[in-house]
Design a protein around this ligand. Structure first.
Ligand code: NAD
Length: 477
């Protein structure tokens, strides 16, 4: 039985209700977690506030940094345990679960080193005055986290917030809590004061909503769907609470006819099958210059047919989707594609060992997807790649920008001028040229434009969002 983690202690919910924890690889329940209540959120916010006022805000930046570094080392020691927890909870193949645990190690390492590098400025002003700025923490920050990368998103969001001097109340997804509850215990083990990291589990519309509404929360970091992102903004607007939103994407991979296809193809495939396509930055639209459209699709189709899907512990190319409703969502998209006559080029295979009760979906490559069809407009959040062709640079940019989203764009071309022209014209928070990110990218600021959200997490840039600026002007004659 999993309990909340509040004030460095495991606690049951005040409501006495629980939720099942399901293994996506076989669809079976293997644990229970607390179905939290607004009262539980209130307890967590109080514990956090007390910690902030009495202890955390009095630590020097260097002391905070040392604690974060100790946590990073502790997570590294427990990386296999954390990876195994998240594998079972989220259905991640072993390589992915392990990579996520190591990314978490790296986030705390990065932000440990950043704590004492964040500072204000002195500003030129009138004669007889001195003016400077302080970067101050918000205080108690709320963190609402989705199920697709719990450890990674906790690392970038909570790591950055702590480094900037805040204390945190975290609401993980009801589908993925286990690794984060364990990380909070590890933080207590290495000496984090009670109340620095508090975790309340439960449904979004119950505890997530209560967290966003709580007057004791000074900043909200939300990572999740655009729909819930809108609700969070509405609730936060009632009390003018600042918000960082990391929402979804429908990111294009744009392949020109001069691209190094041997380099591009494995990356294009990985960008849509990693984490079974349940990745905000998934490269889910493939835009290919018409002169190489047919040969590229042929090569890609062969590669898709070789992709194997199965239980997380088998560590194949693709694991299960998170839950039955997500599987149904992907099936609905594919059935719409069929009705619209969108041709399927190829599909991977679900292995025989995959239990019928697991939530599996074979990776699917579709071609000639009309740019305005929902398969080219909406997040599927499954391993489904929508390919379409373009004539020239102008049409490539037009198609790349033709969704409500603006998270990531991948550009594949050897032409240096074109690389920069397209990078400038594409509306997105990130552009990758002849790559699609590697190694977690902990150091690189990340976020979106348009319906992909606003504000940045990851990198040093995140620390500006987790602080507020105070200007101090002194007249000394
Ligand atoms: P979701 O929006 O359904 O849930 C995200 C979190 O919000 C969960 O913890 C959920 O419990 C909570 N929540 C739900 N309703 C709420 C409410 N009314 N008030 C407060 N909290 C509420 O998203 P999801 O299905 O868990 O995750 C998938 C989505 O997340 C996708 O759209 C994906 O693109 C996005 N995502 C974005 C990024 C990014 O960095 N841009 C990263 C990962 C995931």
């Amino acid at each position: 039985m999993q309990l909340h983690y509040i004030g460095n202690a495991s606690q049951p919910s005040s409501g006495g209700r629980t939720l099942p924890v399901i293994d996506p690889s076989d669809g079976q329940q293997f644990d229970e977690l607390q179905r939290g209540t607004p009262d539980d959120i209130d307890s967590a916010v109080r514990a956090a506030r007390q910690c902030y006022e009495a202890v955390w805000s009095k630590l020097s930046a260097a002391e905070r940094g040392r604690l974060l570094m100790r946590l990073s080392a502790r997570i590294a020691d427990h990386a296999d345990e954390l990876a195994a927890l998240e594998q079972r909870d989220c259905g991640k193949p072993t390589k992915q679960a392990r990579a996520d645990a190591l990314a978490l190690v790296r986030y705390f390492e990065f932000y440990a080193g950043a704590c004492d590098k964040l500072h204000g400025e002195t500003l030129p002003y009138l004669d007889g005055y001195s003016v400077f700025t302080w970067r101050e923490p918000h205080g108690v920050t709320g963190h609402i986290i989705p199920w697709n990368y719990p450890m990674q998103i906790f690392g970038r969001s909570v790591g950055g917030a702590l480094a900037a001097g805040n204390v945190c109340v975290v609401k993980p997804s009801e589908d993925a809590c286990l690794s984060l509850l364990r990380v909070a215990q590890l933080a207590a083990d290495v000496g984090f004061p009670a109340g620095t990291i508090n975790i309340v589990t439960g449904f979004g519309h119950e505890v997530g909503d209560a967290l966003a509404r709580h007057p004791g929360i000074d900043h909200i970091s939300f990572t999740g769907s655009p729909k819930v992102g809108t609700l969070i903004q509405q609730v936060a607007a009632e009390r003018h609470c600042p918000v960082t939103l990391e929402l979804g994407g429908k990111s294009p991979q744009i392949v020109f006819d001069d691209a190094d296809l041997d380099a591009a193809l494995p990356t294009v495939i990985n960008a849509i099958v990693q984490n079974a396509g349940q990745t905000c930055s998934a490269g889910s639209r493939l835009l290919v210059q018409d002169s190489i459209y047919e040969p590229l699709l042929e090569r890609l189709g062969q590669a898709f047919e070789n992709l194997r899907v199965g239980p997380a512990a088998m560590d194949l190319d693709v694991g299960p989707l998170i839950r039955a409703s997500q599987q149904q969502r992907v099936w609905d998209f594919l059935s719409d594609a069929q009705h619209a006559g969108i041709p399927m080029v190829a599909q991977g295979q679900v292995v025989d060992q995959a239990p019928e009760t697991g939530f599996y979906q074979a990776p699917t490559l579709l071609r000639d997807v009309p740019f305005d069809h929902r398969l080219a407009q909406e997040e599927v959040f499954g391993p489904v790649l929508a390919a379409m062709s373009f004539r020239d640079e102008d049409q490539a940019v037009q198609l790349a920008n033709a969704t409500q989203f603006g998270l990531v764009a991948g550009i594949w071309t050897r032409d240096g001028g074109r690389q920069l022209r397209i990078a400038k014209r594409v509306r997105s928070g990130q552009v990758f040229i002849n790559n699609y990110g590697a190694g977690g990218g902990v150091e690189l600021p990340f976020g979106g434009v348009k319906s992909s959200g606003y504000g940045r997490e990851k990198g040093f840039e995140a620390l500006y969002g987790f602080t507020t600026l105070k200007t101090v002007a002194i007249r000394h004659g």
